[in-house]
Design a binder for this molecule. Sequence first.
Ligand code: PMP
Length: 283
Amino acid sequence: MKVWIDGRLVDKADAKVSVFDHGLLYGDGVFEGIRVYHGKIFECEAHLDRFYQSAKAIRLAIPMTRDAVRAAMEETIKANNFTDCYIRLVVTRGVGSLGLSPVRCEKPSVFVITDLLELYPREMYEKGLSIITASVIRNHPNAISPRVKSLNYLNNILAKLEAIDAGVPEAIMLNSEGNVAECTADNIFIVHDGEVQTPQTHDGVLEGVTRRVMLQLCRRLNIPCVEKTLQRHDLYIAAECFLTGTGAEVIPVTKIDNRIIGSGQPGPITQKLIEAFHRFTKE
Ligand code: PMP
């Protein structure tokens, strides 16, 4: 397995960063998780947009052009002979001295890892997930905005641990107002009265690339869809629920906080959208 680091392809065993890298010392950096379907980088421009926007928000200048980043990903996929895989694209503030200031970090470090990824067992895609609401909230937008895909996922990791403690694979994170934001690494959707609903950007969510594709697919299929503030109560009384993310793709949810959602089976609109999503990845 080859990993691309700062312009070089190296073996996995040699893919190392310094202990003085501020990405490691302070979580100072941003990343992307991207899929490759049939040899093509899925929604590449949308991921590059978010990558550069996340970096801009934390005042980190990526030392590469978009074309060079795209070429680095393509080179890594090719070196590993993948046609379907997951890409982790990362930029860190780079090597600096101890102390928070990034001023003395000379050059940001960029790396690209490609690998296979299966987040959930197949059975969960067929039967749906049981999930809980975590007590840890999503980042307040006036701290580090949830729109920044930063290297600091500690809130989400703590929420994930709550899920694991409860014996379920995912957890819903609320925002500081107690409204629904998203799951630890996925956006959340419900279906209510035939309408697909998902929290708005300003409810404190990462603007998921899969979320955006899903909203486009709803429009294409003439399924009404809206972005609106949702409370936990809206989830409990929903007819259907599903999660979206690059890693998870689209996965139904059939139980939330021990309330059965709809019929307890993945609903018809969810199934239609899952099929539409898989068709879209083949286009
Ligand atoms: N929310 C969070 C917190 C995430 O980390 C992710 C990415 N795994 C998502 C939502 C989904 O975003 P995308 O569809 O772009 O992968």
